[in-house]
Design a protein around this ligand. Structure first.
Ligand code: NDP
Length: 333
């Protein structure tokens, strides 16, 4: 099995030298084990946080061990009746082409909907879709008639947030992203009412122009200047779901906080942070609603696919730079 391991803890932007490609030999299956050939592995921004050794909601990656994380694959050898050969499964064993572990570490999945590949279970019908659903509806308590602002809007979580917002009755949905192509996609394909490129000028000014009547909900994937701009544009009683702060994940020193926190007081705002691992109890509702939207074509998605396990680090770094539209995945040939 070809596996990607973390060998040093990056300071600032990770480099290929922080990783190595290892070959791991698996023996015969022990009783209770299955062998899975991965189809897709997920690269996710939260993995940057796990590369350093700090107090967090999830322990750091261990050095000289294979990178863990979401992946989908098919059982190719088995010792258990519940997971016969050919079963599509998801698991958290991460960046490797083949994985052999106890059956308990794998969850059987239905075949992907017609026309989709199994990667949808890492994105729009998986963790990032669930994050969008929970963050918007449970954390930010979006209500019909709300004006919603989403940062990181052309990414995996952001594209789902924008669409769910409209399906749940938002009045106006505004997104920000990092290129003209992404901004065009937001309005043309994903139904955003307005969108802007945060590299074109101050977010505060661009958001005010896009939302002249203010915003009620902010779904924050970015932090920094985006959060500050949202605090300026909030209407009274506004709510933010603090989902990510990708603008600072590779920072080498403390990043400045918003200068306008007092708006939280004067406008009675609620800013709530969350990590999706505490909300898996909503997966059944999500699967039902999102599954129906997806099947009916009411939710569309994009994936940026990088081929080959040996290119996983490039895929991860590309994700952090914005090389992706929608979900970034690595396809295992
Ligand atoms: P995305 O698909 O959105 O990919 C990351 C995107 O971030 C890039 O495409 C890039 O798009 C954007 N980006 C990178 N640097 C910056 C910057 N300095 N300022 C603004 N945008 C930037 O990833 P995900 O959808 O998987 O994740 C989105 C966010 O949600 C992340 O912050 C992640 O940590 C968070 N998250 C949180 C979870 C939770 O449980 N709380 C669960 C899952 C994700 P662009 O070209 O537009 O710059």
């Amino acid at each position: 099995s070809t596996q990607i391991q973390l060998v040093s803890r990056p300071h600032g932007w990770p480099t290929p030298d922080d990783f190595r490609t290892a070959t791991v030999e698996y023996g015969d299956l022990a009783p209770g084990q299955v062998r899975v050939r991965n189809e897709f592995i997920s690269v996710d921004p939260y993995m940057r946080g796990r590369m350093i050794d700090t107090r967090s909601y999830i322990p750091p990656f261990r050095l000289d061990e294979t990178m863990t994380g979401g992946a989908v694959g098919r059982v190719v050898e088995t010792t258990v009746d519940e997971l016969p050969v050919g079963t599509l499964v998801s698991h958290q064993y991460g960046w490797r082409d083949i994985v052999q572990e106890d059956a308990a570490g794998f969850r059987a999945l239905p075949e992907p909907p017609a026309g989709a590949s199994s990667s949808v279970y890492l994105g729009v019908l998986g963790m990032t879709g669930l994050t969008a659903y929970v963050g918007l509806l449970t954390i930010a308590k979006m209500a019909p008639g709300d004006t919603v602002f989403v940062s990181g809007a052309a990414g995996a979580v952001g594209t789902a947030v924008g669409q769910i917002a409209h399906l749940k009755g938002a009045k106006r949905v505004i997104g920000s992203a990092g290129s003209a192509e992404k901004v065009a996609l937001l309005t043309d394909r994903y139904g955003f009412d307005a969108a802007f490129d945060y590299k074109d000028g101050p977010v505060r000014k661009q958001l005010r122009e896009a939302a002249p009547d203010g915003i009620d909900v902010y779904f924050d994937n970015v932090g920094g200047d985006h959060l500050e701009a949202a605090l300026d544009s909030f209407n009274d009683g506004g709510r933010a779901a603090l989902c990510g702060a990708i603008a600072q994940y590779n920072a080498t020193s403390r990043t400045p906080g918003p200068s306008n926190m007092a708006n939280i007081i004067t406008r009675g705002l609620t800013l709530t942070g969350f990590t999706i691992g505490h909300y898996f109890d909503q997966a059944a509702d999500f699967n039902r609603e999102m599954g129906a939207w997806f099947a009916d074509g009411e939710v569309v998605h994009d994936e940026t696919v990088v081929d080959g396990i040996e290119n996983s680090v490039d895929a991860f770094l590309g994700l952090m730079r914005g090389a992706n539209t929608g979900k970034m995945v690595v396809r295992i040939n």
